[in-house]
Design a protein around this ligand. Structure first.
Ligand SMILES: NC(=O)C1=CN([C@@H]2O[C@H](COP(=O)(O)OP(=O)(O)OC[C@H]3O[C@@H](n4cnc5c(N)ncnc54)[C@H](OP(=O)(O)O)[C@@H]3O)[C@@H](O)[C@H]2O)[C@@H](O)CC1
Ligand SMILES: [K+]
Length: 536
């Protein structure tokens, strides 16, 4: 099971460095005594190794190496030399003049003893028949130093390669991909594999970048850990190493109340399916008890569909808060199937009202219709949100909540990562911005980008289950940022278990397998052995 989710690879947090931060880490490594030429030699070695793995055998294999004017091109020169030494027929194409190369790249070019062709020749090659094509292209035009959109011959070549079915191994990033944002500047060609160095960059995980990188290999080139941690990174890949320490492990001596009582606020009977999906997700995520809080008119429909989830009808007004206090419901999920009319708003406000007794609401998930209510008639809602509140918008709901940060907002140039981070700071809550590259952001600036969501996860009702999983983890006391991250990861992992054809109802049922992988045998009582009598 550990192997299924690659948990061993993700045992520690994986920070995401912007290209600028990576440059700082490189500089710190060099200052600490590792020459830049050594870092470049290791980077080029990692690229050559990736190419050799792909080619299988060396003899008669052709590699076209596209080198740019900076150190990304330098990595290309090193890879070309190492491939040639292994018997691969490597041809180097350079953007600009060899004499204009400087620093470590000039050093790497000096060690390349073969010819250097102008980049135009590679464009001509790309247009030739299939039999003349190289077996692999190495894209070492631009990496961390990309400063403007691709143009001229570089752009035409990249476009031609993207339109072909060439096998491309990209160095650091596919050239034209902005490592900070995941956006394409001008053009970028889809790689089969991208070899990057030291750690991942946001652009490797944010779309469209994620789709352009192909398989990702992170090569250790000897950047000391302190050079990365010294930058105090706040962005991470969303994987278990980031939040596993806070994941709730059931105690053998615990009982259902120690695992929290979660309420799910249901809307009208005919649209109560969404709330049921959330409730099921919460229960499967380990909440001790889950109650559906509903209007009396929805109770029969809910009761006929639910078994382990309790149905608690309430009339109106303060009754909801009192009911929650009486049953020690300290976490609430509101939004799926709630409705956006005045009665929905009243029911939400009533459930958020601090009860006369008890500690009140300590965890809250606002999703779907509740986000629309918060955006359009938020008075009274925002000031009743407890500190552990998670908002789970998709792009449309996000644009309603923070119009100037929406995807389509005029003049908006921030990455998805920065938009989520700015929204979390502004709203004072954890924001989980849904998408194939779900971003979780905390008001203190921490962010995480998902990397494990399969395409078939985008299905009706899947978001309702996600809201429930977040609620289920909050109910067990997990901090809000970690709960949102863990829920997004578990959601993706559950979809991986189910495979294509997944419908939302399947997701909660796959969660036990995911939880088993995360906690192993931690929840079992210590073993008892019945030992046979031993010989005296
Ligand atoms: N630092 C280290 O020790 C290590 C770094 N490593 C490697 O170095 C890479 C970063 O190298 P880098 O900083 O030299 O930047 P790089 O991506 O090669 O490009 C800069 C050049 O491209 C030019 N240029 C930019 N955009 C352009 C455009 N659209 N169209 C045309 N030109 C454009 C730009 O010109 P300028 O903007 O200055 O006019 C400049 O000449 C990194 O990704 C990794 O692969 C590894 O070896 C490990 C050790
Ligand atoms: K590149």
């Amino acid at each position: 099971m550990q192997e299924l989710f690659g948990l061993d690879d993700w045992a520690a947090p994986v920070p995401l460095l912007t290209p600028r931060e990576m440059g700082q880490a490189d500089a710190a490594a060099i200052a600490a005594g590792t020459p830049g030429t050594v870092l470049m030699a290791r980077a080029g070695r990692a690229v050559a190794d990736a190419v050799l793995r792909r080619l299988g055998h060396r003899q008669g294999r052709r590699a076209a190496v596209l080198c740019g004017p900076g150190n990304n091109g330098g990595d290309g020169f090193v890879a070309a030399r190492l491939l040639a030494e292994e018997g691969v027929e490597a041809t180097v194409y350079l953007l600009g003049a060899r004499g204009d190369l400087g620093g470590d790249a000039a050093d790497a070019a000096r060690q390349w003893l073969g010819e250097v062709h102008p980049l135009q020749a590679a464009l001509d090659l790309a247009g030739l028949d299939e039999a003349s094509q190289p077996h692999v292209w190495i894209d070492a035009l631009f990496g961390a130093g990309l400063s403007r959109p691709l143009e001229g011959v570089a752009r035409r070549l990249v476009e031609a390669l993207d339109a072909s079915d060439a096998d491309i191994v990209a160095v650091d990033v596919p050239s034209g991909l902005d490592g900070a944002t995941g956006e394409v500047r001008g053009a970028a060609a889809r790689a089969v594999e991208t070899v990057t160095f030291a750690t991942l960059k946001p652009g490797h995980l944010l779309y469209p970048g994620r789709a352009l990188c192909g398989a990702l290999t992170v090569a250790d080139i000897g950047i000391p850990e302190a050079a990365v941690t010294g930058l105090a990174p706040k962005a991470f890949a969303n994987a278990p190493g980031l939040w596993r320490g806070a994941f709730p492990v059931p105690e053998a001596a615990g009982h259902k109340y120690t695992r929290g009582h979660l309420g799910v606020l249901s809307g009208p009977a005919v649209q109560s399916g969404a709330a049921r999906l959330a409730a099921r997700g919460a229960l499967r995520a380990g909440a001790g008890l889950v109650s559906m809080i509903c209007a009396p008119s929805a109770a029969m429909v809910l009761a006929s569909h639910l078994t382990a989830v309790m149905v608690k009808p309430v009339r109106a007004g303060e009754a909801a808060a009192n009911l929650m206090a009486r049953h020690r419901i300290s976490t609430l999920v509101a939004g799926p199937g709630l409705g956006t009319d005045e009665s929905a708003r009243e029911r939400l406000l009533a459930a958020l009202a601090a009860p006369a007794e008890g500690e009140g609401l300590t965890g809250l998930v606002l999703d779907a219709d509740a986000l629309t209510l918060l955006a359009e008639r938020g008075e009274g809602i925002a000031d009743r949100m407890p500190p552990r509140t998670v908002l789970t918008p998709h792009e449309g709901e996000f644009a309603r909540l923070v119009p100037d940060l929406g995807l389509q907002a005029a003049g908006q140039r921030l990455s998805r990562l920065d938009r989520a981070r700015t929204a979390a700071e502004r709203l004072g809550s954890v924001v989980l911005l849904k998408g194939p590259d779900t971003v979780v952001a905390a008001p203190d600036g921490r962010t995480a980008i998902a990397a494990n969501a399969p395409a078939w996860l985008a299905t009706a009702g899947s978001g309702d289950v996600l809201a429930g999983i977040v609620g289920g983890l909050l109910a067990q006391g997990m901090p809000a940022f970690e709960a949102a991250c863990a829920a997004a990861w578990m959601h993706g992992a559950a979809a991986e278990v189910c495979g294509p054809g997944l419908i939302a109802e399947d997701l909660p049922e796959a969660l036990p397998q995911v939880a088993a992988a995360l906690i192993g045998d931690a929840g079992l009582p210590p073993p008892i052995h019945l030992a046979p009598a031993s010989e005296p």
